[in-house]
Design a protein around this ligand. Structure first.
Ligand code: PMP
Length: 440
C-alpha cells in the first residue's frame, strides 16, 4: 500500500516506470501509446535527450536561486526567446510553476494594472460558460464549468460567464457559423454594458477551447470581434493558452491563427513538455509600463517562480520546437490524424463531431447522430471510452457530458508532435477496439 493521495481513491492506476518517444511503460512492461500527451503536455514525447541534458546540466550547476535575490541565465534566455516569437506587443514574461498559477498571476496583474492607472472600480472578470482555467480558487472562479465550481461556491472573485464559441452545439437552425460567432461575441459587449465598463477588468478565454469542451476551434472572426470590444471599453484580453499553446494547434501560439494578440497570455503544459513543472504569463509593454511607472512592484509571487532548472527545461523545449519547426509538424500530422479519424469513424452512429487544430483533436460521442443529442451523463460514456482505450494500450483524455446538459461526451487526442504514420494507424486501431467495447 502506498501513502500517495490518488486522484480516485477507489481506482488506483498502474505504476508508470518509463517513457520513450510516444509511449509510456508500466511496471509490468505494458506499453501505452500516449495519444493525449498527458493532457496536451508531452509535445516532444518522452526521454528527449536534449531536454534531459539541459535539465541535468542545470541541476548540477545551479538548482535554485530565489528570485527575491537573483535572476538566472535560463530564465532570461527563455523570456527573450518567448518574446522574440510572441504576438503583438507582449513584452515581459513572468514564470510560474503551472497553468493555474499562470491564470492566477494574470487575474492579479489585470487588477493591479487598473489600480495603478487610478481605475479601482475595474474588478469584474468575464469568462465563458463551460470553460476551465485551472483548479486554484481564483482560476476556478474564472472557469465556467458548473460541476467543478459548485462544491466550492461562493468563490473568491465574482465572474460573469457568457456563451462559449461553440457553434456546433449552440448555433440555431438556419444560423451560419459566422453569425453564431458574432452573436456569441456580442454577449461580451452586452455584459460589459450591463455591468458598466468602469467595473470590468478583463475577459479571459482559450483561443481553441480544450479543457472540458474538447478542442473546439473558434468561428473565424470571433476573436477579432472580441478584441474590438475589449479595446472599445478598456477591458484587458487574457488568452489562456495553457493547453492549446506551444505549437499544439500548428502555430507556436494558437491566437496567431485568429490574427489577434492578447494583453496577457498564459502558457504552461507544452512549455515544460513534462520535463519540469513550469508555466508563464506574458504581458504587454503597456501593462508592464503601468507597473513600472506606478508602484514598481507586482504584488504577487511564489517561491519557485523562474526556477533555474524549470526554465532551463523550457528553454531546451522551445529551442527544439523552433529549430525543428515542430508546430508545422503538429499541423501536418494533425491533418493526417484527423483525416484518418474521419475516414474510419466519420459515419459511426455515435460519433457526432471530429474537430480541432493541429495535434489537438476532439471527438464527440452522441446518442443520436442526426440530432447530435448527448448521451445521458449517467452512462459515463467518456469514462468508459477512456477505460477501454487504456485496456487496449492507448491513453486518451476523456471529458464527460455533464455540463449544463448541452455538451456530449468527448475524448481529446493530443499526442506528441513526433508522432509518426504508423502510430496514427495504431491510434485508429486501438480507438476502434475501445469504441466497440465501450459503445457496443
Ligand atoms: N487552463 C487551461 C486551459 C487548462 O487546460 C489547464 C489544465 N488542464 C489549466 C489552465 C490549469 O493548468 P494546471 O493544471 O497546470 O494548473
Amino acid at each position: 500500500m502506498s501513502h500517495v493521495f490518488p486522484r480516485h481513491t477507489h481506482r488506483l492506476p498502474p505504476r508508470a516506470v518509463r517513457g520513450q518517444g510516444c509511449y509510456i511503460f508500466d511496471e509490468t512492461g505494458k506499453a501505452y501509446l500516449d495519444a493525449s500527451g498527458g493532457a496536451a503536455v508531452s509535445c516532444l514525447g518522452h526521454s528527449d535527450p536534449d531536454v534531459i541534458a539541459a535539465v541535468q546540466n542545470q541541476v548540477a550547476q545551479l538548482a535554485f536561486a530565489h528570485t527575491g535575490f537573483f535572476t538566472s541565465g535560463p530564465s532570461e534566455d527563455l523570456a527573450d526567446l518567448l518574446i522574440a516569437n510572441a504576438p503583438g506587443s507582449l513584452d515581459r514574461v513572468y514564470f510560474v510553476s503551472g497553468g493555474s498559477e499562470a491564470v492566477e498571476a494574470a487575474i492579479k496583474l489585470a487588477r493591479q494594472y487598473h489600480l495603478e492607472r487610478g481605475d479601482p472600480g475595474r474588478r469584474r472578470l468575464i469568462a465563458r460558460r463551460q470553460s476551465y482555467h485551472g483548479n486554484t480558487l481564483g482560476a476556478l472562479a474564472a472557469g465556467g464549468n458548473q460541476w467543478r465550481r459548485q462544491p466550492f461556491e461562493p468563490l473568491l472573485i465574482e465572474v460573469s460567464h457568457i456563451a462559449p464559441c461553440y457553434e456546433y452545439v449552440l448555433r440555431e437552425a438556419g444560423e451560419s457559423a459566422e453569425d453564431y460567432g458574432l452573436r456569441a461575441a456580442q454577449e461580451l459587449e452586452d455584459e460589459i454594458l450591463r455591468l458598466g465598463p468602469g467595473n470590468v477588468m478583463a475577459f479571459i478565454a482559450e483561443p481553441v477551447g480544450g479543457a472540458t469542451i474538447g478542442a473546439v476551434p473558434p468561428v473565424p472572426g470571433y476573436f477579432r470581434r472580441i478584441r474590438e470590444i475589449c479595446d472599445r471599453y478598456g477591458v484587458l484580453l487574457i488568452l489562456d493558452e495553457v493547453m492549446c499553446g506551444m505549437g499544439r494547434t500548428g502555430h507556436l501560439f494558437a491566437c496567431e491563427a485568429e490574427g489577434v494578440a492578447p494583453d496577457i497570455l498564459c502558457i504552461a503544459k507544452g512549455l515544460g513538455a513534462g520535463y519540469q513543472p513550469i508555466g508563464a504569463m506574458l504581458c504587454s509593454k503597456e501593462i508592464y509600463s503601468a507597473i513600472e511607472e506606478g508602484s514598481g512592484f507586482f504584488q504577487h509571487g511564489h517561491t519557485y517562480l523562474g526556477h533555474p532548472v524549470a526554465t532551463a527545461a523550457g528553454l531546451a523545449v522551445l529551442r527544439k520546437l523552433l529549430d525543428a519547426d515542430l508546430a508545422a509538424r503538429s499541423a501536418r500530422m494533425g491533418e493526417r490524424l484527423s483525416l484518418a479519424l474521419r475516414d474510419t469513424f466519420g459515419q459511426h452512429p455515435h460519433v457526432g463531431d471530429i474537430r480541432g487544430r493541429g495535434l489537438f483533436i476532439g471527438m464527440e460521442f452522441v446518442a443520436d447522430r442526426e440530432r447530435k443529442s448527448p448521451f445521458d451523463p449517467a452512462l459515463g460514456i467518456a469514462a468508459r471510452l477512456k477505460a477501454a482505450a487504456f485496456d487496449a494500450g492507448l491513453v486518451c483524455y476523456p471529458m464527460s457530458g455533464t455540463r449544463d446538459g448541452k455538451l456530449g461526451d468527448h475524448v481529446l487526442l493530443a499526442p506528441p508532435f513526433i508522432l509518426e504514420d504508423r502510430q496514427i494507424e495504431e491510434i485508429i486501431d486501438k480507438l476502434a477496439r475501445a469504441i466497440a467495447a465501450a459503445l457496443g
